[in-house]
Design a protein around this ligand. Structure first.
Ligand SMILES: *[C@@H]1O[C@H](CO)[C@@H](O)[C@H](O)[C@H]1NC(C)=O
Ligand SMILES: *[C@@H]1O[C@H](CO)[C@@H](O)[C@H](O)[C@H]1NC(C)=O
Ligand SMILES: *[C@@H]1O[C@H](CO)[C@@H](O)[C@H](O)[C@H]1NC(C)=O
Ligand SMILES: *[C@@H]1O[C@H](CO)[C@@H](O)[C@H](O)[C@H]1NC(C)=O
Ligand SMILES: *[C@@H]1O[C@H](CO)[C@@H](O)[C@H](O)[C@H]1NC(C)=O
Length: 299
């Protein structure tokens, strides 16, 4: 779309914030079958949601309920976890590479469901999620619900009065870092805000193992949220469609160092995904949202 060419990456021509339009559904599906299907799915979904909040403190009960909720509400039929350099068939090796406590894991984050899936593939029940503002200050998100909402919300330029995150306090959990600071569509990895990774590396290399996990989700048009949406409209689009099968493919990489170039190379799966330049950042995304608001705001 020409009118959004200001938010296109100069080098690659990619528009990382442009929502991917869903295939149009036919009139009967949109106005009759969809709403009926949504009504039918609401009851079991609410039941599973309440059950999961009851089970929450007990990991071995919470996990299967959360998995079932993802299946019923979001039709997530498959979550595949692979490790870089390990054959798919070598499940023992792959399981040993699952995220665990004492690891700092950089991820390319694009949807509210990502945090739930990351929790499910982890060995530890203790997961923390960090993100960064445009100045590179890290902020801890409060649990799965806040991380879910974070993916639906407008990014913030700066976090006021947030105390610096003390990573030592998190050493008994898996710490996931949403290093791009905001969500994008599935087309690229953004340049990181200026997080002081050199200091993180020297201060914590004896406390944490460093990893990266790339998250690929299909179909991106339904699942990813590059621009803000209300929770209700997001849930409704999942409840009311009749045909999408949602699949997650995650791949884990070991990180020898914490240079942004290294992390982004791994997140792009050795360049299979494009890297966009430094001018497409959180501030640029806000101006995109504002322009998008004016012209093509949907429901
Ligand atoms: C979970 O992580 C928090 C923060 O790191 C820590 O205080 C708590 O002891 C951990 N719980 C378990 C069971 O490891
Ligand atoms: C992103 O999603 C679109 C639409 O499903 C797909 O055609 C495209 O190949 C995807 N791009 C990447 C880099 O995965
Ligand atoms: C859910 O996914 C399955 C494939 O696993 C597909 O056959 C089915 O149509 C999907 N259901 C809905 C409601 O999208
Ligand atoms: C994350 O990275 C993987 C591997 O490079 C890619 O396939 C996937 O589309 C990316 N996801 C997003 C939302 O950019
Ligand atoms: C876009 O629109 C939403 C809803 O109308 C509003 O809350 C948000 O602040 C707007 N964002 C920008 C950057 O203008």
């Amino acid at each position: 779309m020409e009118k959004f060419s200001d938010w296109r990456d100069k080098g690659t021509g990619i528009s990382p914030f442009m929502p991917i339009p869903p295939a149009n559904s036919s009139v009967p599906v949109k106005y009759v079958l969809g709403p009926i299907w949504a009504l039918l799915k609401i009851v079991p979904s609410v039941f599973l949601f309440l059950l999961s909040s009851l089970c929450w403190p007990v990991g071995f009960l919470f996990r299967p309920v959360l998995r079932l909720l993802l299946l019923v509400l979001f039709n997530v039929s498959e979550i595949e976890f692979l490790a870089d350099g390990v054959k798919k068939s070598n499940t023992k090796q792959i399981d040993s590479r699952r995220p665990d406590k004492g690891q700092l894991v950089f991820v390319n984050f694009s949807s509210p469901l990502d945090c739930l899936v990351l929790y499910l593939v982890s060995k530890s029940n203790n997961c923390s999620f960090l993100t960064a503002d445009s100045r590179g200050n890290l902020r801890k998100l409060n649990g799965l619900l806040e991380t879910f909402s974070f993916a639906l919300a407008q990014p913030q330029l700066t976090y006021q009065s947030a105390a610096p995150v003390d990573l030592f306090k998190l050493k008994n959990s898996v710490v996931f870092v949403l290093a791009e600071g905001t969500t994008t569509n599935n087309r690229s990895v953004l340049a990181f805000p200026p997080i002081d990774l050199a200091t993180v590396y020297s201060a914590y290399r004896n406390t944490f193992e460093f990893k990266a996990i790339s998250i690929k989700v299909l179909p991106p048009s339904l699942v990813t949220t590059p621009i803000p949406r209300s929770t209700v409209s997001y849930l409704y689009s999942h409840l009311s469609h009749l045909k999408w099968d949602v699949n997650f493919r995650l791949k884990s990489f070991d990180l020898g160092d914490l240079k942004p170039a290294t992390i982004r190379e791994k997140l792009s799966n050795y360049g299979s995904l494009k890297l966009t330049g430094p001018d497409l950042d959180v501030a640029k995304k806000l101006s995109f949202i504002s322009a998008y608001n004016k012209t093509s705001r949907r429901l």
